[in-house]
Design a protein around this ligand. Sequence first.
Ligand SMILES: Cc1ncc(COP(=O)(O)O)c(C=O)c1O
Length: 443
Amino acid sequence: MLNTNKIRKFFPAIKAGRIISNNAASTQVPSQLLDLLKKLVVKYENVHRGQSDASLETTREFEFAYDTIAQFVNAASRKNIVLYRNTTEAINAVMYSLMTEFKDGDNVVTTFMEHNSNYVPWYGLTKEILAKFGIKVECRLAKFDKVTGQLDLEHFKSLVDKRTKLVCCTGASNFLGTKNPLKKIRAIADASGYQQPNGEKKSYFLIDAAQLAPNAFIDVKSLDVDFLVWSFHKMLAPFGMGALYAREKLLLGMKPFLYGGDMIADGQVSPKKVGYNDLPWKFTAGTPNVFGTILSAQAIRLLLDFALNPGKNIYFGSHKKLALADVKQAMKNIEAHETFLIAEALKILGEIPGLTIYGPKDPLMRTSLVSFNYKNLSPFKIAESLNKLGVESRAGCHCATLAHYYYKLTPPASCRLSFYIYNDLSDVRRACLAVNKVLNNNK
Ligand SMILES: Cc1ncc(COP(=O)(O)O)c(C=O)c1O
């Protein structure tokens, strides 16, 4: 267990008495980041666009943030990191950047358990954009087991063939909580034999880590990931930032998603030819979210401190390189904390007769979220009643619309509780006992 007593006091929302149990949507912002924002404002200036001390210093902090983000996933350098507004935009960026590489007869394989962010862009690409140009590309969907919440790997494998340019999969489902076997999926993508334009013979593998990066260590090197995307608003940072990790070779060969200022090589713009900037700035067109970038990197640093030395600033506020062993240990501690919390939630909710709980039964196989339905009772009614008892939850399809239809749920909705590093057992018990109370009141 993490030392939540030491962590909770830094969260104004918790001090205000809220039970924060909708963390899979967004987590809370700690006071350290709010204080940092006040400090940064003194040096408020644009980056790469000025010679003042303020601009140079802000640029240094901004660029340094890319190093922190790269170190968090064990990427080789900042050249592998492109920052966008969120996971959704990062996936769209991959889609648009790769768009011109797709050939007639190709396919993309994704799954029925994806967030709409990792399905709808591929739907749009294959059914709308490429179709308009007369290029036929199929979007295939791998099934999962409705009882265990596990991906059907045999089915997955059967969908991947030598025309599969890209395999896309969530690292962890935001509805079922399932953590997916990423090494096995990598192996399936590797074995496809797809001939990529850069000479590589395999399908590219994109991992949607929106629900995995906040609570597990992801090593892009050992997983040999091609594309990894995640959002910082699910790991303590304020809204507005998401990351794309991609292999350097791919980024060098890819078309930019956004064209414009700062993404061009110095002076290399003429009516005939435009030369692009070095990585990662080739992908940073227009004035970026400077404070969002700096705060996202510092949120990572603070997360590590909370998980390793709560109350002490070892990484936060410093320029210290993230030691790989520390990142691993911190994320292991967070994962263990969340397993502990979700085990308690599953135990309490599992004792409620008539409650349908989705996803794996084993807490070790899932993240710290739990979605459920109760007979014919509307999940929206459950969530509204929970709110009256001071418990925050989310009802709806959580943008995992395909999976809700897969269960034939009408309306396609469930109620979800989700926990993070500042939640303790008493939050989990209060939230789950409130569910019991709401259901008893609606019998
Ligand atoms: C698995 C998964 N993918 C993608 C997203 C989209 O993230 P964002 O809204 O930050 O783009 C979410 C958000 O809930 C998610 O849980």
